[in-house]
Design a protein around this ligand. Structure first.
Ligand SMILES: C[S@@+](CC[C@H](N)C(=O)[O-])C[C@H]1O[C@@H](n2cnc3c(N)ncnc32)[C@H](O)[C@@H]1O
Length: 238
């Protein structure tokens, strides 16, 4: 399955050379509609639920935008940064270090292989990274580790790309997303984004991911925000 998709090394290499595009907090990720609103809602929700949180983990942190949004509302947590890409991790460490008085730990590697520890974090976030998981088994494996790594009552916030299982609805949303990319840039940019999504990404559906979350021990799963393929989910560990 998925043999024609990018390898982990290819994904790492692409992100090694794309640090600047992920380093702007004002615009967020420009290929993701409502990126900034989604992260602000995640940050506000984290603050309401975990005002005294002391530890956060970011899976696929990129240059640290997600952490920076949450630290604006829940300050001075210790932060663990996970990413495949060393240049991304270095940029994230620098930017997050300017925002928190807490400790910063970095872990370079594939989240599928890393030991995320047990009951360590109040908050775990992941932005636009887990759509690189390839199979249902990998989702089960990674969600199990995420749930284990949270303290009781802790929250996981997933901002990501999903798919619709119904082909007609998938096609409709694909067209709407293409129009969005052309309005915000041009046709060549739309085609470039289409090409790397086809080559690199294997999104699963919101109901599938929510089901896996409930399976591994989360007691609540809610959609905070959704537009076309892009959604932010909140899951709370019991
Ligand atoms: C689209 S960027 C998003 C970065 C950041 N989360 C944000 O929202 O701005 C995805 C990041 O996930 C990382 N990534 C992709 N697959 C990963 C994996 N299996 N394990 C760890 N990191 C991964 C990439 O290296 C990249 O930095």
């Amino acid at each position: 399955m998925c043999n024609d998709k990018s390898t982990v090394d290819e994904i790492r290499a692409r992100f090694d050379h794309d640090v600047e595009r992920f380093s702007n907090l004002e615009t967020g990720q420009t290929t993701v509609p409502d990126s900034r609103q989604m992260w602000e809602l995640v940050a506000d929700t984290a603050a309401v639920l975990h005002p005294n949180a002391t530890s956060m983990l970011d899976i696929g942190c990129g240059a640290g935008n997600g952490c920076l949004y949450v630290l604006q509302q829940v300050p001075n947590m210790d932060v663990t940064l996970v990413d495949l890409s060393l240049p991304m991790l270095e940029r994230a460490k620098h930017r997050v270090g300017e925002q928190t008085a807490g400790n910063i730990r970095t872990m370079q590697g594939d989240v599928r292989d890393l030991d995320l520890g047990g009951q360590q974090h109040d908050i775990i976030i992941s932005g636009l990274a887990l759509h690189h998981l390839r199979t249902a088994e990998q989702w089960q494996h990674v969600m199990h580790k995420v749930c284990q790594s949270l303290r009781p009552g802790g929250s996981f916030f997933l901002v990501d790309m999903f798919k619709f299982d119904e082909p007609a609805v998938q096609q409709l949303n694909w067209q709407r997303y293409g129009q969005y990319l052309m309005i915000h840039n041009d046709q060549a940019f739309r085609d470039k984004v289409y090409d790397y999504v086809q080559k690199e990404d294997t999104p699963f559906s919101v109901p599938f991911v929510g089901g896996v979350m409930m399976n591994v021990g989360f007691e609540t799963v809610e959609i905070l925000h959704k537009k076309w393929f892009f959604a932010s989910l909140w899951a709370r560990k019991s």
